[in-house]
Design a protein. Structure first.
Length: 239
């Protein structure tokens, strides 16, 4: 039973280390689309079929600034994240440090469109500019809903392209999952508790890890010493 517990804890440690490294190696943000979506990077074959292009053309389709793409089977809903860094974002650092009036004054520079109107919203401490435009192309009419912010000296633009006849419920629900290591977090009561609870669990996990490592080494030495003793005793008997 103890041996199985040691094996389980050892495997758990490896899984946590590997998964943690993977989660932060590729992106500095996280998002979970609400509904059934195909995600670029894991469902490239399906996305290429839906868009009627080859997989090798997907990168050009996304463009250099697109760091995330997801779409549904009918291609009536698309989710994109654009990420850029320039002199303006380097000077702002985080838009949440600015007042709402200042953000409104900077809208043309932040969005890049003159006379554009937007709504400043606060998501758990991180400020965003929400805009909504209507456009059309060869595929028909669609609505573009964007949430724009600056954090960690980068500009993040979360864009939703929705067919005019499709429902828009997925937009708010997906936006609620959008997060980044650079976003401001408003501390609440639960957050305050976690600040104390998480370090305790971290210390406990470290103690368990050391204990498992120590017992594994100790048991190995015992078995190794036992083997040597058995061989020595057998030699004495034969003599």
């Amino acid at each position: 039973m103890i041996f199985l517990l040691k094996k389980f804890l050892s495997a758990l440690i490896i899984i946590i280390l590997v998964s943690g490294a993977h989660a932060y190696a590729d992106t500095d943000f996280s998002i979970k689309p609400y509904g059934d979506f195909y995600i670029y990077g894991t469902d490239n074959t399906d996305i290429a079929q839906i868009l009627n292009i080859t997989e090798s053309e997907l990168q050009s389709y996304c463009g250099e600034k697109t760091v995330y793409l997801a779409l549904n089977r009918e291609n009536t809903k698309q989710i994109r994240i654009y990420e850029t860094q320039n002199d303006f974002t380097n000077s702002v650092i985080n838009i949440s440090d600015l007042s709402n009036d200042k953000i409104t004054d900077l809208l043309p520079e932040i969005i890049g469109i003159d006379d554009v109107k937007g709504e400043v919203i606060d998501k758990n401490g991180q400020k965003f500019i929400k805009t909504q435009l209507r456009s059309s192309d060869s595929g028909g009419d669609y609505i573009i809903t964007e949430y724009i912010t600056v954090a960690g000296r980068k500009s993040y633009v979360l864009s939703f392209y929705t067919d005019i006849d499709a429902d828009t419920d997925y937009i708010e629900k997906t936006f609620e999952t959008f997060d980044s290591v650079y976003f401001e977090k408003r501390e609440d009561q639960s957050g305050g508790i976690l600040r104390f609870v998480l370090p305790v669990f971290t210390v406990m996990f470290g103690i368990i890890t050391l204990a498992v490592g120590f017992t594994i080494v100790r048991d190995f030495r015992k078995r190794h010493t036992g083997d040597i003793t058995d061989v020595s005793q057998q030699s004495n008997i034969e003599q």
